[in-house]
Design a protein around this ligand. Structure first.
Ligand code: ATP
Length: 303
């Protein structure tokens, strides 16, 4: 409650890093009602059932409040159909994380609309929007509590058995059971420090517990050890099954597995297609692919 004084938009701006913002999503959304610009409508439109996690950005223009002259999104058109996996790629500053921030309604567009399951998210209850979205951030937050509670954070009413099942599906059971006190082991700054790949699998387990129709995945840029790399990749593939997924992709394996790749540059879509199609165009994507994708993970993708 200490942060209530600042606008939520400003807060997430100060935090900058989407990972931190995502870690605090629950609390941020609780605060949204107090933020003058981003508030729940008096008579919110219900989101349709069943939840499909369909996304549409309809000519979205957005400027961060601190940089009113620079468009972070400049007429973005993006559609993700139910069950589809779309990989977002683009140079630094292209607007990839901004897409996530707006979907989570940390900010509202200056113009254009963002639809979730056909409803303009400004007309829906922010809590209902949030309930349909799961996030796996690049560098997930691990709380100062035990492993069981760290995963249960994804869905506080989950039973111990459900938490363990999510950990298993996230390929995290082996390393968690091997901790000194297993699931009772205290994690975080004053506890056992997890590796990057292990933190990601904890975040995947949280997301599995939530079981959201729409998944936002910000893939790690840093290389993981080979064993974690494989475990994380397999866990992500399971997580993405049967749901709509939007990924900020850094791994070759990920773009090869995506249904579609969307290339962003300067806040708009400049190309879209499969990896092979985009390479043939010899444009921005081909240059990015050569520079950006960690070639060491290519093997996992072509099996
Ligand atoms: P990267 O790959 O480096 O993470 P990105 O494609 O995710 O880049 P964004 O972070 O969405 O790009 O940034 C889009 C534009 O908005 C950039 O010009 C960036 O400098 C600006 N921007 C991003 N976050 C903020 C913020 N919190 N406040 C002000 N400007 C921002």
């Amino acid at each position: 409650a200490v942060v209530v004084a600042g606008a939520v938009g400003a807060l997430s701006e100060v935090m900058g890093d989407l990972a931190r913002a995502a870690g605090a999503t629950e609390r941020l959304f609780d605060l949204l009602a107090t933020e003058p610009d981003i508030r729940a409508p008096a008579d919110p439109k219900p989101l349709p059932q069943p939840a499909e996690g369909a996304v549409r950005f309809d000519n979205v223009v957005f400027h961060y409040p601190s940089r009113p002259k620079d468009a972070a999104l400049n007429g973005l058109e993006l559609e993700v159909r139910p069950g589809e996996t779309v990989a977002l790629v683009g140079p630094s500053g292209a607007g990839k994380s901004t897409v996530f921030q707006l979907l989570l309604r940390f900010y509202d567009p200056r113009s254009g609309r963002i639809l979730l399951d056909g409803v303009d998210i400004r007309e829906a209850d922010p809590a209902a929007v949030r309930a349909r979205i799961g996030i796996v951030p690049q560098d997930p937050v691990i709380f100062s509590t035990n492993a069981m509670e760290n995963i249960r954070y994804g869905r506080p009413e989950a039973t111990d058995a459900e938490v363990r099942e999510a950990a298993r599906a996230a390929h995290a059971l082996d390393f968690l059971e091997a901790l000194p006190q297993g699931f009772d082991t205290f994690l975080g700054e004053k506890g056992v420090r997890l590796s990057g790949g292990q933190r990601q699998r904890v975040a995947i387990a949280r997301a599995l517990l939530r079981n959201p129709p729409l998944l936002l995945l910000d893939e790690a840029t840093s290389a993981l050890d080979a064993e974690s790399e494989r475990a994380v990749q397999e866990a992500l593939e399971d997580l993405m099954k049967n749901r709509t997924t939007l990924i900020i992709a850094h791994r070759l394996a990920t773009v090869l597995n995506a249904d579609r790749i969307v290339v962003l540059d300067a806040g708009r879509v400049v190309a879209s297609g499969t990896h092979a199609e985009l390479l043939r165009q010899e444009g921005l994507y081909a240059r990015l692919a050569a520079l950006q994708f960690d070639q060491r993970t290519a093997g996992a993708a072509v099996v």
